[in-house]
Design a protein around this ligand. Sequence first.
Ligand code: 2IT
Length: 445
Amino acid sequence: MKVKTILADLEKKHPGEVEYHQAVREVLESIEEVYNENPKFAKAGILQRIVEPDRILSFKIPWMDDQGNVQVNLGYRVQFNNAIGPYKGGLRFHPTVNLSILKFLGFEQIFKNSLTTLPMGGGKGGSDFDPKGKSDNEVMRFCQSFMLELWKLIGPETDVPAGDIGVGGREIGYLYGMYKKLAHEHTGVLTGKGLNWGGSLIRPEATGFGGIYFAKEMLATKKDTIKGKKIAISGFGNVAWGAALKATELGGIVVTISGPDGYIYDPAGIRGEKIDYMLKLRSSNQDIVEPYAKEFKGSTFVSGRRPWEVKVEIALPCATQNELNGDDARKLIENGVMLVAEISNMGCTPEAVEAFNKHRLLFAPGKAVNAGGVATSGLEMSQNSMKLNWNIEEVDERLHSIMVNIHNACVKHGTCADGYVDYVKGANIAGFLKVANAMLDQGLV
Ligand code: 2IT
């Protein structure tokens, strides 16, 4: 079956699931050539099989708030593909969560996890629960109720969830506590665990660190470095924090962070205690960045706007999907941006990606750039299996070499006739080939 037909069928079968369609279209269009050149893929129905999740668990999460009122949220786990390892991928708690978003994330996760070279399949889950303004006790009761359903479907060799937006160390702790009680075992069923109970060093920093290691490799193809470059970062959560730390360490000047309320412009650079302050902002559970401007002189808060209007050399979306559109891309290009790397999942719209490619800028997609997060989850799983812990240097070195290898895979499969590296194409082809060949080996299941 032709790629065009598969895409049209998918859109008909799942009307309105626009993020899911967007993610599938991007992958299928970039692997079309490889797919057409290898008739064995079509014969085995690889594409029709890979675009549909193996199964989806959907459930209700009743919980009680601090006022004694009953609240009900929706929960999901999408087990997408386990050809190369157990299902693996984060849980997102955010009011915008729906099946389209989790299916796009789960689909992307297949190829991202394949790129890491570690044995992990693809999955994703979450809830429309809004952590904003909730107390610790409310978050705990919600997580316990969530796990009461989820635990039946997961296991250290079956499906290993982790964090994503709205799910950090605190949530993983509450989720893990309930799983442990229900399953009556202490195993590596979740990653992003606390250091005292099976977690890995560097996991909190890994997505951001990995993203900067990847950007460094991209710049190296132009014999350039991060040193002295002005950088716009969006978001102010875990990913933005890790990216700001590593970018600053390498001599970059991070001039923005952002939240749903607007963005902070700090021309002196967000460094040192200002990066620590991001953690404080996050733990206040208010989902706003405005207080930063009151705390640090010389910085300004720009209400209701996104940071892509600031003149920078490097732009790093670190918040959520489709957070940088065609207009933002044009502004960045006018202002002389040279590198855009998605550290968020599918941070740029297709129009933005097209504009970057047309201008032959360095642009790389989330599934390559942010793979350091899940890769370090994979390293956490390895350590859990061995019942041993690696030190910081050991984990960081492995993370670094994984990111260099992902970059090399993108260059190998994505270099165009004029020498331009199409990282989207490279990441999709490299990620796809491994999974598709594993599916061929394992027969029609
Ligand atoms: O999008 C992602 O790769 C994550 N949220 C991390 C997933 C994981 O299993 O560590």
